[in-house]
Design a protein. Sequence first.
Length: 238
Amino acid sequence: MSKLFSEATLGALTLQNHLVMAPMTRNRATGNVPNALMAEYYGQRASAGLIITEGASPSPNGLGYPRIPGIFSREQIEGWKVITDAVHAKNAKIFIQLMHGGRIAHPLNLPAGARVLGPSAVAAVGDIYTDAEGMKQQVVPQEMSESDIKVAIEEFAQAARNSIEAGFDGIELHSANGYLLEQFIRPNSNQRTDRYGGTIENRARFVLEVVDATIEAIGKERVGIRLSPYGIFNDMPL
C-alpha cells in the first residue's frame, strides 16, 4: 500500500503517487468549451498522480457526441488552462486525451460546416444520442480523401501544440473504442484500396503518421496512445 502512494516516475515527469485516473466522458462542455464545472470536477480528483481527461476533439469534425470539449479554438485553450491550473495546484499531472469521433457522430451533434468523416463510407451499426432529437441511427460517413487525411493529421499535431499551451503535461491519442484512429486499423470500417487500406501495414499508416506528427509537434516524452485490440464498442469486431 505504501508503494501505491509513493512518488512515481513517468518519463521526465515525477508523479506524486502511482494512481492514474482513466478518461471518462462527461458531456459537460456546453458549446464544446471547457468550463468552471469541469475545472471543479478535475480539481476534486487531483489527489491522483496522473489524470487523463475525457476525450477532447482536435477538430470540429471530431465532435461526434453532444457537449464534448474540443482543443482547436482559442476559447477552448483558455478554458482548459483553468482546468490544468486547478490540477497542478494540487500537485497532480494531467494529460489530455485527443479523440476524433470519425464515423461515430451525427450531423445534429456537429457545429456548422463540420462533416461526419471516416476511412470508408460505411456506417457503424447502432444509434447515437443527440440533444436535438434524441436517439438517431448512425449515418454513413464521407470517405476521407488523401487531402482530408493530411488535414486530420495536422489537426492532431496542432491540437497537441494547443494542449501544451493550455498547460497539459502531455497527450494521449485515443486509438480505441471505435473512434477515427481505430476505424482506420479495423477492416470492417476501413475498406479502402489505396495506401491507407488493405494490408495491416496500410491500415496502420494513418495512426502512425498521427503519432509521428504529434511527436514532432511536442516531443516523444509527451505523447502516449491508447489501444484496445479486443474492444467491440462502436461496432468494432473481435
